[in-house]
Design a protein around this ligand. Structure first.
Ligand SMILES: [Zn+2]
Ligand SMILES: [Zn+2]
Length: 433
């Protein structure tokens, strides 16, 4: 199953202006000077490895539209401006062959339906579009959006066959091969979240949803229970959501982490970003939220991302819980090679192996992290325990080969100042940086 974001901004489309673009170019050039970039051949590696995502890319412009696909079965969540890009992509990839499109509507605020008039498959005979909603009056809302003086093509003049289907909170229905359950959410005029399940995988789409820290939280923990992927409205900071923007119907990253951890969600994806948030701000929101996930660690590991136009997440890649360990002797040191994920499931095995080495008198242990895809606070805890017991024996635990994400976790958790991290294998084995 894959989840693909065509639009992730809230409220209205938000694009960059010339001043923003100039600022980005300036920041990138400053970084290039600071890092000593001098060879044209190194430009791609510099962009990919040294520039933060918010500078080398962008969190995008479009308003909500998310594609959830399993083989040929596809569900679209909301019809914001991202739907236009999805429609053009679908026409191209199907080579003009007609299709049946299924769209779940959270509610009818502009940002969730303004892409529909520009959804090209709607203008082509042979296509079918079914729009699902728990609200009454869906057909009227769409007809009004297409009517004069708002739009030149009347809804009844669309060439595709469009149908409306009413759904009800708590009632599960099969749509395009997915089992889909809606839930009502606190938002001006009410919005609905959807839980989608298929083939043992589950995705929850929960946008435009205010959480007030009250008893209703338990209903959401049940709704999110064990989801592989949670798309969560995190438009504001918690302080804003509970003060100046109270009752505006949105939530925050902190509540997202708390509910996701209590529900045992595997991957939390922050969504419906505030249009005033710059790419730089959203980079910081991502880093802060990863740190919150470590600080508040109540359950298993929680992966965190911020949605952007074009983000594709393959759910089979995030099921986790697998790690391979290989141990070999290298002169005075023991080399431990780890591959996969070091989390609450796998780190006890890692810790036990390394405790065995310390008990056998090994005093210098080097961990090759080149194959380490992910580390949670449980993994950090195991590393700290081994590091401490080696220090007690005048020994040392050293690491090398951390990928960007793992390195970031070490940095934001402060572990990079506690555990020696080396750039190279030789450096780590020799004890030099
Ligand atoms: Zn919205
Ligand atoms: Zn709304």
């Amino acid at each position: 199953m894959i989840v693909r974001f065509w639009g992730a901004k809230g409220s209205l489309p938000s694009s960059m202006n010339s001043e923003n673009v100039r600022g980005r170019i300036k920041s990138a050039l400053e970084l290039a000077l600071a890092k000593g970039l001098s060879d044209v051949g190194e430009i791609d590696a510099f962009i990919d490895k040294k520039l933060p995502f918010g500078l080398r890319g962008t969190y995008g412009t479009n308003t909500p539209c998310v594609e959830i696909r399993d083989g040929d079965d596809v569900i679209l969540c909301d019809a914001g401006t991202g739907l236009r890009d999805f429609g053009n992509h679908a026409l191209k990839s199907r080579d003009g062959k007609p299709d049946h499109y299924h769209i779940l509507m959270s509610h009818f605020h502009w940002d969730h339906m303004q892409g529909f008039p520009f959804f090209a498959p709607g203008l082509i005979p042979g296509n079918r579009i079914t729009i699902y909603s728990c609200h009454e009056g869906a057909a009227e809302a769409f007809a009004i959006q297409h009517s004069a003086p708002f739009f030149p093509i009347d809804f009844k003049d669309l060439r595709a066959e469009v149908a409306f289907v009413r759904l009800y909170p708590g009632e599960t229905r099969e749509i395009s091969g997915f089992q889909i359950t809606p839930k009502s959410q606190v938002h001006p005029g009410i919005s609905y979240g959807y839980r989608l399940q298929k083939g043992g995988k589950s995705v929850v789409y929960s946008t435009d949803s205010e959480h007030r820290g009250d008893k209703a939280a338990q209903d959401f923990i049940t709704f999110f229970d064990g989801a592989d992927f949670l798309i969560f409205d995190a438009q504001y900071t918690l302080a804003d959501a509970w003060t100046a923007k109270m009752d505006w119907g949105h939530s925050s990253n902190l509540i997202g982490v708390e509910l996701a951890q209590k529900a045992g969600v595997k991957h939390l994806c922050l969504f419906h970003s505030d249009p005033v948030s710059t790419d730089e701000t959203l980079d910081k929101v991502l880093a802060d939220t990863k740190r919150l996930a470590l600080l508040m660690d109540e359950g298993g590991p929680l992966e965190v991302s911020v949605a952007y136009d074009g983000l594709v997440v393959e759910l089979s890649q995030i099921s986790g819980g697998k790690m391979e360990i290989d141990i070999s002797k290298e002169n005075e040191a023991v080399l431990v090679t780890v591959k996969g994920r070091m989390d609450a499931v796998t780190s006890p095995d890692f810790q036990e192996n390394l405790e065995g080495l310390v008990a056998n008198g090994e005093r210098r242990i080097v961990v090759d992290c080149q194959g380490l895809e992910y580390i949670s606070s449980a993994g950090l805890r195991s590393i700290l325990i081994i590091s401490k017991s080696l220090k007690n024996e005048q020994g040392e635990l050293a690491l090398f080969g951390l990928n960007d994400m793992v390195r970031e976790v070490f940095e934001i958790s402060g572990f990079s100042t506690v555990i020696p991290i080396h750039e190279s294998r030789d450096g780590a084995l020799g004890g030099k940086a």
